[in-house]
Design a protein around this ligand. Structure first.
Ligand code: THU
Length: 136
């Protein structure tokens, strides 16, 4: 799966965003080590707090289907109705990714209209994760 193909999955997921309050739609596509792809969109709520981000939707779908090993996530976003743009994951989503993924997880974003890959380790340096609880 190429970065562009994964971004295409994220873009398709973004069209399903439920974001009537912020008007900002996000799509994510999570690539598993076994080649499966799980997509997610942001899903907002009239009570605001229950809103879930696209990235966490994708992670929770994957984990609840028995997949916990990932190699990459593509994320696109922007005001609804605009082209896919730069949508770096929020801090909570970085932390959720850190629960299941190595710092080497590739995070594929659109930056100034072009695909750009970074890593979870670059986005969340010295993160607190499962190994931290064991004293590592
Ligand atoms: N959002 C995401 O889906 N992912 C992020 O990493 C940042 C924010 C969503 C949540 C909310 O529905 C909207 O974008 C505006 O914050």
């Amino acid at each position: 799966m190429t970065d562009l193909e994964l971004l295409t999955h994220a873009s398709a997921a973004r069209t399903l965003a439920y974001a009537p309050y912020s008007g900002y739609s996000v799509g994510a596509a999570l690539l598993c080590t076994n080649g499966e792809v799980y997509t997610g969109c942001n899903i907002e709520n009239a009570s605001y707090t229950p809103t879930v981000c696209a990235e966490r939707t994708a992670v929770f779908k994957a984990v609840s289907q028995g997949n916990q090993c990932f190699t990459a996530i593509a994320i696109v976003g922007g005001p609804a109705g605009t082209p896919d743009g730069y949508a770096p994951p929020c801090g909570v989503c970085r932390q959720v990714l850190n629960e299941f993924c190595d710092p080497s997880l590739r995070v594929i974003l659109i930056d100034k209209g072009e695909p750009r890959a970074t890593t979870l380790g670059q986005l969340l340096p010295e993160g607190f994760g499962p190994r931290s609880l064991k004293g590592d």
